[in-house]
Design a protein around this ligand. Structure first.
Ligand SMILES: Cc1ncc(C[n+]2csc(CCOP(=O)(O)OP(=O)(O)O)c2C)c(N)n1
Ligand SMILES: [Mg+2]
Length: 806
């Protein structure tokens, strides 16, 4: 085989070049046929990688075992070039096939061309990440892949520089892994992009990002997106200079196969060896079919632009280059293109059958139940209705499961009661529905949380142990001593955040520990909450145990988008194939001032389902939750109560070892008149009110729920209400916020409404954010006297003769 010289140092010969050409063609035909499938109604939506084929074939050549990808919906050719995706899977994704054996990247939960490679086995154990080409799981929000990319790259730095981690040979090869990213030109307008680039330059991590510059973000051209119309131009200030490490920037053209080969070889070698971040600005990229199946690009691209895109189509350009370089003949290339087209056609047909067959089997079973019924309704109208629904269902040419279920449920309503065999038919239909709903539940309603033995919900509790001379210390020292033990016990544990390193945290809960464990493990970061979170996500995907610190709960809003879109959906959107057991440590409650209100808890619990939420009332509880979380594999947030760092708590003798289970409330005072359900810092305020109420002969059962998600797994609160028959839900969130959530959990889900003798009540902070100063707090958030008054009022209403008017 002729050796092609001058291309690159890698082993390029005719065979590999023609294989690349074939892949480019397969990928292009997939995009074309994929679009048709959507337009003809077989698939719902499609977004494709046409125009980006050659860049991706080339960059995949530099992607080694153990490397990581964090990209976006254009990367189909890249995934195929790595051997992790093929024509058949392309169509499984497009149709939304939920069989995770054949559609392993997402189990049909996300749009097509959103990829992932499992990092865990089905039993929850870690895979050998050095023996596969890894991809984190894509999300649709533009630039949402960037913060996570930073974390994937940062892991390599830690793995290389911390020699203690070289023993983890299934996670890393001494940190030699590159984290590859991709992003569209328009998405570089997002803040996440800039925050990531700056952090990558600061941290000096092996991050290699390709910007596919096709000049548009849907219809909006670059002049509205990018200053000076060039991302590499405006990134110049980030570029490395002598003794001033920064980012290396490379420029290439999206159709230039030989040029890109050299470019990526050079750039990735630097990135891998020196751990310097690199950015490839790939210009002259086309989008032959426009943005997605939702529109057509003829509406917004000029004639001239469309003509240019045709001329600079990368597959066409590659063909021209092969011919000019006399590597293969026109006939050879035509045969390859024809084979590619055939492969795509075959795959489409096969994947469609694989998608349709199980649905048809499900439908046939339903139709059989109806057709074989032995009861015939005397009410003709009803009989006709059943017949019509069944006929309509049989006539659906390309059924989806919804068709089957809607029909079954409507027929069930129309089975009349006049025939004595109707019960049998109803039973059969109900059986069909149950079986198939159970099955659909696995497809659509599973894996929000870790369901394997590595779930934190399986971690066994260990009580704190005290002895007569256990000292009373400020809460921060409990955390500090606990961290001291944890950093010794878990070599993969790291923590980082604003002021976390040098001074050991704004509340000194890590005081002196950086000196002991080193800067690589306890680390200061810039003020950049989104990428602190992304850093944590990336590290946790690579098997490390990060605790990302967000200085105050209010500032978590800067990271909320990623927390919600990325971290909280990781396990769900990969149908249980990827886990990111990141712990987020923050502090809140009992603050004052509009941007320091401290307790936007309903914001959290509503937007981060998929992440456990721990709201400890003191630092012993907080430490116990960290200890539990590190023994399992789930993402979680721990909100330390800000008023607890200086308050004294008894130091447990088994610091670092005791563990509290998630979802188990604690009853802090026994009572018989009323149950107060609360969490976090309001527990202390409520305890004071309980004492005041006792002086007025009202006996309150005070319950600290401890974790909001999961919530009271064993219905402990229900048992309390059975006894007291009255309940107050209390916190310092907004009205209708977390108290409404707790009320629903207890009254609706646990069935607590049945045991109430008084209307249930909530007491929260005011609707506005708390005003500044202690008086601002007093008049904005519930205090002990407010709690007293509400409970006294409830009791007076219930037993008016016993309680005087206040
Ligand atoms: C945060 C967010 N805003 C808007 C969108 C809708 N949207 C999807 S793709 C896209 C354009 C992206 O353009 P670019 O980054 O250049 O990538 P390209 O599609 O051109 O490859 C937009 C606006 C989104 N997905 N996420
Ligand atoms: Mg673009």
């Amino acid at each position: 085989m002729k050796q092609i010289t001058n291309l690159s140092k890698s082993n390029m010969n005719k065979e590999t070049i023609l294989a690349d050409f074939k892949l480019a063609n397969v990928s292009r035909f997939l995009s074309i046929v994929g679009r048709r499938e959507v337009l003809s109604g077989k698939a719902k939506f499609g977004i494709f990688g046409d125009g980006k084929e050659i860049i991706q074939i080339v960059l995949a050549k530099q992607f080694m075992m153990g490397d990581w990808r964090s990209g976006y919906y254009r990367d189909q050719t890249w995934m195929m070039a790595m051997g992790h995706y093929n024509s058949l899977e392309f169509f499984h994704q497009l149709y939304g096939n939920t069989n995770r054996e054949i559609n392993p990247g997402s189990g049909g939960r996300v749009f097509n061309n959103h990829f992932s490679i499992p990092n865990i086995n089905q039993d929850g154990s870690w895979r050998d990440l050095t023996k596969q080409k890894n991809s984190s799981s894509d999300i649709s929000p533009t630039a949402g892949q960037m913060p996570r990319l930073l974390g994937l790259a940062y892991a390599s730095k830690l793995f290389r520089q911390n020699k203690d981690l070289h023993q983890f040979t299934t996670l890393t090869n001494k940190g030699n892994e590159v984290a590859f990213g991709s992003i569209g030109d328009a998405s570089t307008s997002e803040g996440h992009f800039w925050e990531t680039m700056n952090a990558a330059g600061v941290l000096q991590v092996p991050l290699a990002i390709s910007v596919y510059d096709d000049g548009y973000g849907i219809s909006v051209p670059k002049k509205y997106q990018t200053t000076k119309g060039s991302i590499s131009e405006i990134l110049k200030g980030f570029e490395s200079e002598k003794n001033k490490p920064g980012i290396r920037i490379f420029k290439g053209k999206g159709w230039d196969y030989p040029g890109l080969l050299k470019l990526y070889e050079e750039g990735i070698a630097i990135c891998r060896k020196e751990h310097t971040p690199v950015l490839f600005h790939i210009e002259e990229v086309t989008q032959p079919q426009g943005h997605s199946t939702s529109g057509s690009h003829e509406r917004y691209k000029s004639e001239e632009r469309l003509k240019w895109e045709e001329e600079f189509d990368p597959v066409k350009k590659m063909k021209e280059w092969i011919l000019v370089s006399v590597i293969a003949s026109s006939e050879e290339l035509d045969i390859i293109a024809a084979e590619a087209e055939e492969e795509v056609k075959e795959s489409r047909k096969k994947a469609w059958e694989m998608f349709q067959n199980p649905i048809k089997v499900e439908r046939d079973a339903l139709v059989k139940i109806i057709n074989q019924r032995t009861c015939v309704c005397t009410e003709e109208a009803k009989e006709d209705t059943v017949e019509n629904y069944t006929e309509d269902l049989k006539n659906v040419i390309s059924p989806i499961r919804k068709d089957n279920f809607v029909t079954a449920r409507k027929i069930l309503r129309n089975v009349c009661g006049s025939c004595n065999k109707s019960d049998n038919l109803k039973e059969e239909l109900q059986g069909w529905l149950k079986r198939n709903y159970d099955d659909a539940g696995i497809s659509y309603d599973s894996f929000l949380y870790n369901e394997t033995t590595t779930s934190v919900l399986n971690v066994k509790p260990v009580a704190p142990v005290y002895s007569v001379d256990s000292p009373e210390v400020p809460g921060r020292q409990i955390l500090r001593e606990n961290y001291n033990k944890l950093f010794t016990k878990y070599p993969l544990l790291v923590t980082f955040g604003e002021d976390t390193g040098g001074i050991g945290g704004v509340n000194q809960s890590l005081e002196g520990l950086q000196k002991k464990f080193g800067e690589l493990r306890i680390t200061d970061t810039g003020i950049r909450e989104a990428t602190i979170l992304g850093q944590g996500i990336g590290l946790s995907l690579r098997g490390m145990r990060p605790i990302a610190e967000i200085q105050y709960l209010d500032y978590l809003m800067y990271a909320l988008q990623l927390l919600s879109d990325d971290l909280a959906t990781t396990h769900y959107r990969t149908a249980g194939r990827m886990i990111a057991p990141l712990i987020i440590s923050t502090r809140g409650h009992r603050l004052e001032g509009i941007w320091h209100s401290g307790s936007p808890m309903s914001m959290l619990i509503s937007s981060v389902r998929g992440v456990y939420v721990c709201s400890p009332r003191d630092m012993t509880r907080a430490a116990g939750f960290y200890n539990t979380l590190l023994e399992g594999n789930d993402p979680a947030i721990v909100i330390e109560p800000l008023n607890g760092y200086r308050l004294k708590e008894k130091m447990p003798d088994n610091i670092g070892e005791f563990r509290f289970q998630l979802g188990i409330p604690e009853i802090l005072s026994q009572g018989s008149d009323l149950t107060v359900v609360t969490y976090g810092s309001t527990v202390k305020v409520a305890a004071e009110a309980v004492t005041q109420l006792a002086a007025h002969d009202i006996s309150v059962e005070l319950i600290d729920v401890q974790t909001l998600v999961p919530f009271d797994k064993n219905k402990m609160i229900l048992e309390s209400i059975k006894k007291t028959n009255r309940v107050l839900f209390l916190d310092e969130d907004v009205p209708g916020g977390t108290t409404a959530y707790m009320m629903q959990e207890v009254l609706e889900k646990q069935g607590g409404w049945q045991y109430l003798d008084s209307p249930p009540k909530t007491l929260t902070a005011k609707e506005h954010r708390p005003a500044y100063t202690t008086d601002g707090d007093y008049f904005s958030k519930p205090g002990a006297e407010d709690i007293f008054d509400v409970i006294y009022g409830m009791m007076k209403e219930a037993v008016p003769e016993k309680y005087v008017n206040i």
